[in-house]
Design a protein around this ligand. Sequence first.
Ligand SMILES: NC(=O)c1ccc[n+]([C@@H]2O[C@H](COP(=O)([O-])OP(=O)(O)OC[C@H]3O[C@@H](n4cnc5c(N)ncnc54)[C@H](OP(=O)(O)O)[C@@H]3O)[C@@H](O)[C@H]2O)c1
Length: 283
Amino acid sequence: MEEGKGRVCVTGATGFVASSIIKTLLEDGYSVNATVRFHPENKKDLDFLSNLPAASQKLQIFNADLSSPESFSAAIEGCVGDFHVATPVDLEVREPKEVVTKRSIDGAMGILRASLNSNTVKRLALTEKAVLEFGEENGLDVVTVVLPCVVGPFICPKLPHSVALTLAFLFGDNYQHGLLFRTPLVHVDDVTNAYIFLLEHPNLKGRYNVSSSVVTIEEIRQLLSVKYPEYQIPNIELLKEVEGYKLPNLSSKKLIDAEFEFKYGIKEMFDDAIECCKEKCCL
Ligand SMILES: NC(=O)c1ccc[n+]([C@@H]2O[C@H](COP(=O)([O-])OP(=O)(O)OC[C@H]3O[C@@H](n4cnc5c(N)ncnc54)[C@H](OP(=O)(O)O)[C@@H]3O)[C@@H](O)[C@H]2O)c1
């Protein structure tokens, strides 16, 4: 019998969201089976995970790849919960979209089957929409998590894409401004708390949006130019020329009605992300 609160599998452990979830699970007394993709040509340094407090007793790292859905079985065995957070990201568009989508769905279905076969997994949370039905048909307790742009501090070695995007003004990246026109956001610590809340409330079913705020490009400009005057932030007249996407708001009413509390506002999202980038010398 596992000591503490039980063991949870988290896939995609080298990523922004998954590594933050692992840190919080360990702090909260859970044990974690983390999966990472095996890179034969470029061995990844996983010290940022294995050096987390309590990791030496409570963290086990497994190799698994969405291209081989059965590779997740060993990591899922014996877990009470499974957070499937790994996702194929192909920003350079090296593969056709259909190939990436198929890998993502096949991987998620493999993880569902392994969770079902384990006989221990009570709760499965993932960001893949195509799987709720499988869970219902097979008596597996599945929730899907829908995220907006996630911002805040990060422990993973790579600057997360969503942090780079929201801090585009500070990175001098003018190409991203169109994506910041009107953006739903959430602090990464609210995301990790929401995953654990969903794990600990098995009565909650279905799909949950985890989004706390919506910000416009003018509001970001105002916030950053007041607090961080040392950066060259485009003036408001230039921003009026930006044509962009107004991303739809993701209402988190269902989660809030279940008595989940978001703790962080926009100011903390930006301040925490900036402080972390400075510490890691990305800014
Ligand atoms: N961050 C956001 O703003 C945001 C917004 C909306 C939705 N989401 C969702 O949240 C989840 C996590 O996002 P994130 O920002 O943490 O992403 P991320 O930092 O890019 O992490 C992605 C993770 O998936 C792993 N991965 C990629 N291809 C894989 C494969 N074939 N097999 C196994 N693992 C693979 C990566 O491993 P490698 O290190 O080996 O590449 C990495 O650990 C995703 O499902 C994403 O769609 C995030």
